[in-house]
Design a protein around this ligand. Structure first.
Ligand code: NAP
Ligand code: COA
Length: 259
């Protein structure tokens, strides 16, 4: 759907880029001409993703790191600059979550998810700032959140608060860093059928059909739907778009509010 050179010459750094939505973004980005760095904790998953992408000719590298560790994040950005000479697109996609009623959520359980999702996103934005400012295309930061951060998310208060925090951070940075040519946006996916999370939460528990009906379009999304939004926000197609939250949820949150 996009011209083959849509992302030609760009370098993207994608946290959680070895699985699910992050891997689909990395795959589509590289098919459209970008070099990609995948950053997450599990070396085996990183190696498998690099192998798969390399087979189709991608310019790809992996860096093992935990987004909760600012020194590791700094080192990963330095690695990216060393390997590919620039950084143009930062995709904050890594996240952690588990369902837990708030009444029994421990302080460390709360802290762990806030640390991965919100603090990790801040560390990545902060570490990438100078490189994004120097981008010849103008830097682009894209963070993957969810409208459940806006509506509230029973049994996932930690993840909801973290995603709401990322939305707020992104809007602040859009203004603070706009003068540096850096655009800052978020994407809010709805339930994405070809992810392990939705398979586990909905398909394996027999809730899939009910959850599909909760979307206006009556179906789950696909990782490719989110990758398409990330291509738009990472490229010149969205050159005048900043501080936006692109909702790609099949109308789920509106139907939820209207019900
Ligand atoms: P996923 O495959 O589990 O992706 C999460 C990624 O984050 C994994 O690659 C994981 O790799 C990485 N990660 C987790 N903790 C990390 C840490 N401390 N440091 C570095 N990397 C870490 O899930 P997904 O469904 O594709 O989700 C991707 C994004 O979309 C998330 O932000 C999620 O909240 C959002 N989202 C998903 C849906 C959905 O329906 N699936 C809906 C709305 C929003 P390692 O474990 O190897 O570190
Ligand atoms: N219910 C209640 N509390 C839980 C829990 C659950 N299902 N899973 C973890 N916790 C609590 C732990 O008990 C611990 O708190 P405590 O010290 O008070 O006991 C705290 O959370 C940290 O758990 P730990 O297992 O040490 O964290 P970790 O750093 O090894 O892993 C997670 C982080 C928990 C987020 C883990 O699920 C993860 O790595 N997830 C990444 C993949 C993912 O979540 N994908 C979905 C993307 S949206």
């Amino acid at each position: 759907m996009f011209a083959p050179n849509t992302l030609a010459g760009r370098v993207a750094f994608i946290t959680g880029g070895a699985t699910g939505i992050g891997l689909e973004i990395a795959t589509q980005y590289s098919r459209l001409g970008a070099s990609v760095v995948l950053a997450s904790r599990n070396q085996e998953r990183l190696d498998a993703a690099v192998e798969a992408l390399s087979k189709e000719g991608a310019k790809v590298a992996a860096y093992r790191m935990d987004v909760r560790n600012p020194e590791e994040v700094e080192a990963a950005i330095a690695f990216t600059l060393e390997r590919f000479g620039a950084l143009d697109i930062l995709v904050n996609n890594a996240a952690g979550n588990f369902p837990c009623p708030t009444a029994t959520l421990s302080p460390n359980g709360w802290r762990t998810v806030i640390d991965i999702d919100l603090n990790g996103t801040f560390y990545c934005c902060s570490a990438a700032y100078e490189a994004l400012k120097a981008s010849r295309f103008g830097g682009s930061i894209i963070s993957i959140i969810t409208m459940l951060g806006v509506t509230g998310w029973p049994n996932a208060a930690h993840a909801a608060a973290a995603k709401a925090g990322i939305l707020s951070l992104s809007r602040t940075l859009a203004v603070e860093w706009g003068g540096d040519g850096i655009r800052v946006n978020t994407i809010s996916p709805g339930p994405i059928g070809d992810t392990v999370g939705v398979q586990r939460m909905y398909e394996e528990t027999g809730r899939a059909e009910v959850e599909k009906k909760r979307t206006a379009l009556g179906r789950f999304g696909q990782c490719a739907d989110i990758a398409n939004a990330a291509i738009f926000l990472g490229s010149d197609l969205s050159g005048y778009v900043t501080g936006d939250n692109l909702i790609v949820d099949g109308g789920r949150w509106l139907k939820y509010v209207a019900a």
